[in-house]
Design a protein around this ligand. Structure first.
Ligand SMILES: Nc1ncnc2c1ncn2[C@@H]1O[C@H](COP(=O)(O)OP(=O)(O)OP(=O)(O)O)[C@@H](O)[C@H]1O
Ligand SMILES: [Mg+2]
Length: 233
């Protein structure tokens, strides 16, 4: 077991957003997290990163209880985050943005690996991040996250605003990262993208995980997607 959430409750002020979230992610898996708008997917990731503290429940990484850790310690422990909307520094260059991810980098091979995955970034290093296309910005955001050489990468809605061509190359990149050993927790509204990548899928409803299934067991299960997402897969 790499990461486990045990009965996590998280509030924003008086609003009880996560109402007992439990899930586990094994080393080497891609796990999809699906649910309608506002059910608490991003809050789950924010809780994992320590940006918001759960009022009860436990977060476990390997054998360590990290529920009370500050965010920087969680990042250093091996959890990296590509937030919804990417959160780049638009006025800083690509290289400056990448450097914010290199604080905890080990060795100097990080950038080479990034250029291997995203060869186009090399010629964009001195451009301001805000001037890039959606696909290029997502490449910077993912690069910044993997420069920390995480054991697990949390991806929140990575295809938002991408042209179809970029969606396909993103899919290949996520798959490749996983094949090279990175565990991935994927929040994404494009169901085919999630189905194509994930080994297992959790379905969230109103602050709780209501259903989990292996990808193989979801083939032809149209009613599950209708029930939890209101869409046909
Ligand atoms: N900073 C905040 N302060 C107060 N309430 C918030 C905050 N962030 C989110 N919420 C509320 O918490 C609930 C869960 O939000 P969250 O962003 O986790 O949902 P989500 O599943 O990621 O949705 P989406 O699919 O739209 O990204 C929503 O009702 C949202 O309005
Ligand atoms: Mg969200």
């Amino acid at each position: 077991m790499l990461v486990r959430l045990e009965d996590i409750h998280t509030y924003y002020g008086k609003s009880h957003v996560l109402q007992g979230v439990s899930m586990e992610i094994r080393k080497g898996e891609i796990v999809g997290l699906l649910g309608r708008n506002g059910v608490g997917k991003t809050t789950t990731l924010n809780t994992l990163m320590g940006f918001v503290k759960p009022s009860s429940g436990k977060l476990i990484f390997k054998d360590t209880d990290f529920t009370s850790y500050p965010s920087h310690k969680i990042a250093r422990m091996g959890i990296s985050y590509v937030p919804q909307g990417r959160h780049l520094f638009p006025k800083m260059t690509v290289l400056e943005n990448l450097k914010t991810g290199m604080l905890y980098a080990s060795g100097n091979g990080g950038l080479d690996r990034v250029f291997e995955l995203f060869p186009n970034l090399k010629r964009l290093l001195n451009q301001r991040a805000g001037s890039l296309s959606g696909g290029e910005q997502q490449a910077v955001a993912i690069s910044r996250a993997i420069l920390k050489n995480p054991e697990i990468l949390l991806l929140d809605e990575p295809t938002t605003g991408l042209m179809p061509l970029f969606v396909n190359s993103l899919l290949e990149i996520v798959r490749r990262l996983n094949e090279e050993g990175m565990t991935i927790l994927l929040v994404e509204e494009k169901v085919p993208f999630v189905l194509s990548l994930s080994h297992r899928i959790y379905f969230m409803v109103k602050g709780r995980v209501e259903h989990s299934a292996r990808k193989e067991d979801l083939v032809g299960q149209t009613d599950i997607f209708l029930e939890y997402l209101g869409v046909h897969p």
